[in-house]
Design a protein around this ligand. Structure first.
Ligand code: SF4
Ligand code: SF4
Length: 277
């Protein structure tokens, strides 16, 4: 079962939920797909066997001696990643999506496939939890190939995906293929607005979803009324408590200190199984 944890925006408690859930259920793979700012692994300081490898994407390599500057590759590229000048051909690497089309279209066989690194994939273990995370190179605009590669490494029976914030392409790539999506929100008008957009996205992708209300007890009833109206189950509420925030700010999993929460997080999995049955 693949469960993704998402939220319409950052700072709602997505990582708080994912990490505490992973630590409470054990025998799970936690995949941090927030590749611009991965931080789930920091909550597991006793990591062991950490390894890493480069994540690369394909790029065209042009043989200037064979190239006749015919311009076919530039005309073909839908991403405007190639520009042909009388003297040479320029590749804008950041725009290239590595589709390989220019390699096939070149009449002179002047283009071959090379690779360029866009980030790193990390792996480690912490007790029963296997940690996987991606780290995008600074200035690299394309997160989705790295997200895809990190997800591909998760092959266990239970996979938890910590998605990037927002509702743009990286989130869609992270959530794609999930059996269930947990949407973390806070009970405020801002939380409601972002939640409603996230719900539209996962419904469009035909992924069943449920809500975790973080910092419950603050704000208003808008999120609760919305969930009732839209028939979205609220599966867990985490109250607005100073000690929970303090544990989080110190990089400590609050469920390990306030142990009654381990059962509550474990119960969340049972409720998800019930919801998708
Ligand atoms: S299609 Fe091939 S020959 Fe034509 S400009 Fe591009 S690389 Fe050169
Ligand atoms: S591989 Fe695809 S995206 Fe990249 S330059 Fe060639 S045609 Fe454009």
């Amino acid at each position: 079962m693949i469960i993704s944890v998402a939220s319409g925006k950052g700072g709602t408690g997505k990582t708080l939920v994912t990490t505490n859930l992973a630590a409470s259920i054990g025998e799970v793979e936690l995949v941090d797909c927030d590749v611009e700012e991965p931080n789930s692994y920091l909550f597991f300081p006793n990591r062991e066997g950490e390894t890493s490898s480069d994540c690369t994407v394909k790029i065209p390599v042009i043989d200037e001696d064979k190239c006749t500057r015919c311009g076919r590759c530039s005309e073909f590229c839908a991403y405007n990643a190639l520009a042909v000048f009388p003297q040479d051909v320029l590749l804008f690497k950041e725009l290239c999506h590595g589709c390989g089309g220019c390699v096939l279209i070149c009449p002179e066989g002047a283009i071959s496939e090379g690779t360029r690194p866009i980030g790193k994939i990390f792996r480690a273990g912490s007790g029963d939890v296997r940690l996987l995370w991606g780290e995008l190179n600074v200035g690299e605009p394309m997160a989705t190939p790295l997200i895809r590669s990190v997800k591909a490494e998760a092959t266990g029976d239970l996979v938890l995906i910590d998605s990037p914030p927002g509702t743009a392409c990286p989130v869609i790539e992270a959530v794609r293929g999930s059996d269930f999506c947990l949407l973390v929100t806070e009970p405020t008008p801002f939380g409601l607005y972002d939640l409603s957009i996230a719900v539209q996205v996962v419904r469009e992708m035909e992924i069943p979803c449920g809500v975790v209300v973080n910092r419950s007890g603050m704000g208003d009833r808008g999120v609760y009324d919305y969930c009732e109206r839209e028939e979205i189950p609220i599966l867990l509420e985490i109250p607005m408590k100073r000690e929970i925030a303090e544990f989080y700010s110190r990089g400590v999993l609050f469920s390990q200190e306030m142990t009654e929460w381990q059962e509550r997080f474990a119960g969340l999995i049972a409720r998800i199984e019930e919801a998708i049955r």
